[in-house]
Write a protein that binds this ligand. Structure first.
Ligand code: MRU
Length: 360
């Protein structure tokens, strides 16, 4: 069953982004009209989740290209792509999309393409990215079914951050698996880590689960050890932002701790993501650059900034004024804590997909 949430809409040449900072209080769209407003939306997390960032970024480029009155130079395009690339660094999806888009553009330019054809081709590329992600997510959901017993129809699953429709083109990765399990007849109870500091779990995952009528309990990030000890948990399923060749995986801050607790508690720990999440240029997770965000996201609830970077909401102070805080947005889970990685191509042991690729 497809999700009711449409995080990214491409309408009349504009990119409508469901403003994820306002969920669950409001369901309203921010309309990005050019690359700059798209970069703002990505940086300030109006749109977030590795696949959604890449798709929004592709539409951002399209809007910029559609404004052009003559064919752009390679230098101009490189400059635009560089501003997009700098918006959020950890997830590989954005860099991968940029590389693919650039290589397509190179091919079109080599054919001496006219401006209107070029603009159309760019739009088709972005639309294709969105469709491809949705299809891949649905396959991930199907592939994951083999990991769960047929004879046990009740499952308790812990998840972290938000990996659902809001974070992707529609179905979701880890949350897409939960949706697919429900569609396959399982009765699911989700335990959603609230996911400090940005609260993607309590604000977004709990919201998506309510929309889907899947039972969901929010837990604070520190509760998972108690939960895995006190209740029968069938699996932890999380998403990913970048998977190195050996299977080490960057994902939302807190994932590593969850994986260590899962291993200690003999609970399977699954990572779900499309093939786009692999970065075989990196041998291990040690090479992954972790984005550091504004400490005010930790010391204030609902810390919002306007496009110029000025704070527009200072309510919800939950620490002493001027208290220092750290805000690494992601951490790396070593492959040894990951039971399986689920992609649209199947179910893999960490590191196996790289080995498989080398044989082809
Ligand atoms: O900072 P965010 O909210 O963009 O982080 C999102 C995550 O870490 C997700 O788990 C990941 O991007 C996968 S989303 C399908």
């Amino acid at each position: 069953m497809s999700s009711k949430l449409e995080p990214i809409l491409w309408l009349d040449g504009k990119c409508h982004l469901l403003d994820q900072r306002l969920i669950p209080s409001q369901k309203s769209y921010f309309i990005a009209e050019d690359l700059q407003s798209t970069v703002y939306a990505i940086r300030e997390m109006l749109v977030r989740g590795a696949p959604a960032i890449a798709i929004a970024g592709a539409f951002g480029m399209v809007m910029e290209i559609q404004k052009m009155v003559q064919m752009p130079s390679k230098e101009k395009l490189d400059e635009l792509f560089a501003s997009l690339q700098a918006s959020r660094p950890t997830a590989v999806n954005l860099s991968r999309m940029i590389l693919d888009f650039k290589s397509k553009i190179e091919g079109w330019l080599a054919k001496d393409i006219q401006l209107d054809e070029f603009q159309k081709a760019c739009e088709l590329f972005a639309v294709g990215e969105k469709n491809r992600d949705r299809q891949a997510n649905e396959k991930i959901g199907q592939n994951a079914l083999s990991l769960f017993p047929n004879d046990k129809k009740k499952l308790n699953i812990i998840t972290h951050c938000n990996t659902g429709s809001l974070a992707t083109a529609g179905h979701g990765t880890a949350l897409g698996i939960i949706r697919s399990l429900r569609d396959a007849g399982y009765e699911i109870t989700v335990f959603a880590d609230e996911t400090r500091p940005y609260l993607q779990g309590s604000r977004l995952t709990a919201f998506e689960m309510q929309e889907e009528e899947i039972e969901c309990f929010i837990i604070t990030d520190g509760m998972s050890a108690w939960l895995m000890n006190d209740r029968k948990i069938d699996a932890v399923i999380v998403g990913c932002d970048r998977i190195a060749s050996n299977g080490d995986t960057a994902n939302k801050i807190g994932t590593r701790g969850l994986a260590i607790i899962a291993k200690e508690s003999s609970v399977p720990f699954y990572v779900a993501g499309t093939k786009d999440s692999f970065d075989f240029s990196m041998k291990t997770g040690e090479e992954i650059h972790i984005e550091m965000r504004d400490p005010k996201e930790v010391t204030n609830l609902n810390f919002l900034k306007d496009p110029s970077g000025k704070s527009i909401l200072t309510e919800g102070i939950i620490a002493p004024i001027n208290a220092k805080a750290l805000n690494p947005s992601f951490d790396v889970t070593p492959a040894k804590y990951i039971t399986k990685i689920i992609t649209e191509d199947g179910v893999w042991n960490p590191g196996e997909q790289k080995r498989n690729e080398s044989q082809n």
